[in-house]
Ligand binder design. Structure first.
Ligand code: KIV
Length: 273
């Protein structure tokens, strides 16, 4: 924990120490008001590059920029008082070299004040993760389905059914854990493999579409809040239905504006008597 304004915030070390205690609770957050609402309930808030698709309507996360991640990282830091805040490194900001990764990760830490960065990749990122962690940058790994690689891996589907796929994910998880990451996301991976990896690695695994066998869970908040009528993959549960609630509110507003029943007297400023 670190003390910020007398409130104890989780750190990457707090999260790492949770392995074998209780499941780690995490969600994505992209804005200050949502971070404020989620923060008391979450151990970790991720400013995920999923914001490209969720907030900006992009087809994939590939177009997300450093500026977008830093702006939203700053916004979430203003709303988070308790959770460990991790910011995703966007596609193209770390794959070129370990030096490029350090430069951009340091910029994210300095400009947002967040607790660490997340990057996707396994064996090919071992050296980079080790370079960052040995120079003061906490790293949250991400193996299994890697959305930034969707253009070469051929889409979003659960992984680990073939021996070669399972072997690759096993090797990736081992590499990231040994390189010094404090925890890792396992995305879109079949349950037996997620269970095996969770037992084998020293750091917590945080699953999304990777079963309850992981050390913790993460979901995209907008998915679990039911903000998308037309998108509900098998691994998502709606804990609220905000899309119909918002549509209903907008329809009522439109109706009242057209009928001139809003604004009413109590919403109207009058001259002083
Ligand atoms: O970008 C993101 O939101 C993520 C989570 C889904 C793990 O990487």
């Amino acid at each position: 924990m670190s003390t910020v304004g007398h409130v104890k915030r989780n750190t990457p070390a707090t999260i790492a120490a949770m392995k074998g205690t209780r499941p780690i609770v995490s969600l994505t957050a992209y804005t200050t008001p949502i971070a404020r609402l989620l923060d008391p309930h979450c151990d970790l808030l991720l400013v995920g590059d999923s914001l490209g698709m969720v907030l900006y309507g992009m087809e994939t996360t590939v177009g997300v920029t450093m500026e977008m991640m830093i702006g939203h990282g700053q916004a979430v830091m203003r709303g988070a008082k308790h959770a460990c805040v991790i910011v995703d490194m966007p596609f193209g900001s770390y794959q070129e070299s370990k030096e490029q990764a350090f430069r951009n990760a340091a910029r994210i830490l300095k400009e947002t004040g967040c607790d660490g960065v997340k990057l996707e990749g396994g064996e090919e990122m071992r050296e980079t993760v080790s370079f960052l962690t040995s120079r003061g940058i906490p790293v949250f790994g991400h193996v299994g389905l890697m959305p930034q690689q969707v253009n070469t891996t051929g889409g979003y589907r659960s992984l680990g059914r073939s021996d070669s796929e399972a072997d690759k994910i096993r090797r990736d998880a081992k590499a990231i854990s040994e390189a010094g990451a404090f925890a890792m996301v396992i995305e879109g991976t079949i349950e037996p493999l997620a269970r095996e990896i969770t037992a084998a690695v020293a750091i917590p695994t945080v699953g999304i579409g990777a079963s309850a066998a992981c050390d913790g869970q993460i979901l995209v908040s907008d998915d679990m809040l039911g903000l998308f009528n037309d998108f509900k993959p098998r691994f998502v549960k709606h804990f609220a239905e905000l899309a119909p609630a918002i549509s209903k509110a907008a329809a009522s507003y439109a109706e009242e504006v057209k009928a001139r029943t809003f604004p009413a007297l109590e919403h109207t400023f009058q001259p002083k008597k």
